[in-house]
Design a protein around this ligand. Structure first.
Ligand code: PBG
Length: 321
């Protein structure tokens, strides 16, 4: 044998020299759930290790992330049900939870990148990402609401707004509104290939944001489709997305690698709540080594082509790296 692949696997020093992919905290985004109140921390049964935090605790968390080398946070609001309505009115309140959360982070840790979610579901009494009429999720009528939501987040200091709603034309609507408001420098991370996935369950527990009726299949993508992700990619880039995203991550590595090959903008992947919960549950039972499986999962997402990864494991991964 003149070719022996094992020669370059002999020891950790050699393996380190030839390693193709490296995971670093610098590519991680930590998603956080925020609530009203002071010194409040609520655990989420299906996401062990992740809590809903009041804004004072959020500021502490942001400092810890900075120390760990995590450059960005993604914010998700848990809104009390009395503030939810069909128009998601609370989502454009300049004194709402998210604008105050952005300010809390920026005043504690000015260099932290803040990414905000643009979608109606946490604010909507219907629990859908768009406006509902006669049981249907309306597209064009939803766009101005999303654009106003993004504008109020930009005004509060968000670095990136991240539409996760999957309405057609939302990136263009948001870009236009941001530019009109003088926020040319606020970026857009588009949830480009967001699938109608069952892996979002624990997240919907965290925000109490599950749809009150029906499902999200008329706007989120069919898990069976790959080519369609290219169509979404082309539209999002044309409309002005700065970064595109695939979600969930591990079951959709083929989509990540396809978007990486087809696009000239950075690709993000969202390692979602259900992916987190599976690893945690198996580790709790002693069926897998949770830390190793976490690192292997994140590494694989990067190897597939993700430039950055949104993950609830961000702090744990940063610590073990
Ligand atoms: C809402 C939104 C969801 C997630 C991020 N933004 C849930 C959904 O679409 O129902 C899921 C994130 C996760 O599961 O970790 N627009």
């Amino acid at each position: 044998m003149n070719k022996r692949p094992r020669r370059i696997r002999q020891n950790e020093a050699i393996r380190s020299l030839v390693r193709e992919t490296r995971l670093t905290p610098a590519n991680l985004v930590y998603p956080v759930f925020v609530i009203e109140g002071k010194a409040k921390r609520e655990s989420i049964a299906s996401m062990p290790g992740i809590d809903r935090l009041s804004l004072d605790l959020l500021a502490e968390d942001a400092k810890e992330c900075l120390r760990l080398g995590i450059p960005a946070l993604a914010l998700f609001p848990a809104i009390v049900s009395t503030k939810k309505d069909p128009q998601a009115t609370e989502s454009t309140n300049p004194a709402g939870l998210i604008p105050r959360a952005i300010q809390a982070i920026k005043s504690a840790v000015p260099e932290m990148i803040v990414i905000t979610d643009v979608a109606m579901d946490p604010y909507s009494s219907d629990g859908h990402d768009g406006l509902v009429k006669d049981g249907k999720v309306l597209n064009d009528e939803t766009l101005p609401i999303l654009a106003q939501m993004a504008l109020s987040q930009a005004k509060a200091g968000a670095d990136f707004v991240a539409p996760s709603d999957m309405m057609d034309g939302r990136v263009a609507a948001i870009r236009t509104e941001l530019d009109k408001g003088g926020f040319q420098e606020t970026g857009i991370i588009a949830y480009t290939a967001k699938y109608a996935s069952s892996f979002y369950g624990p997240f919907r527990d965290a925000l109490d944001s599950a749809p009150k009726h029906g499902d999200k299949k008329t706007y989120q993508m069919d898990p069976a489709n790959a080519r369609e992700a290219i169509k979404e990619l082309k539209l999002d880039i044309e409309e002005g997305a700065d970064i595109v995203m695939v979600k969930p991550a591990l079951p959709y590595l083929d989509i990540i690698s396809m978007l990486r090959a087809e696009s000239d903008v950075p690709v993000a992947a969202y390692h979602v709540s259900g992916e987190y919960a599976m690893i945690k549950a198996a580790a709790e039972k002693g069926w897998m080594d949770g830390e190793k499986v976490m690192l292997e999962s994140l590494l694989s997402i990067k190897r597939a082509g993700a430039d950055m990864i949104f993950t609830y494991f961000a702090k744990e991964a940063a610590k073990s790296l």
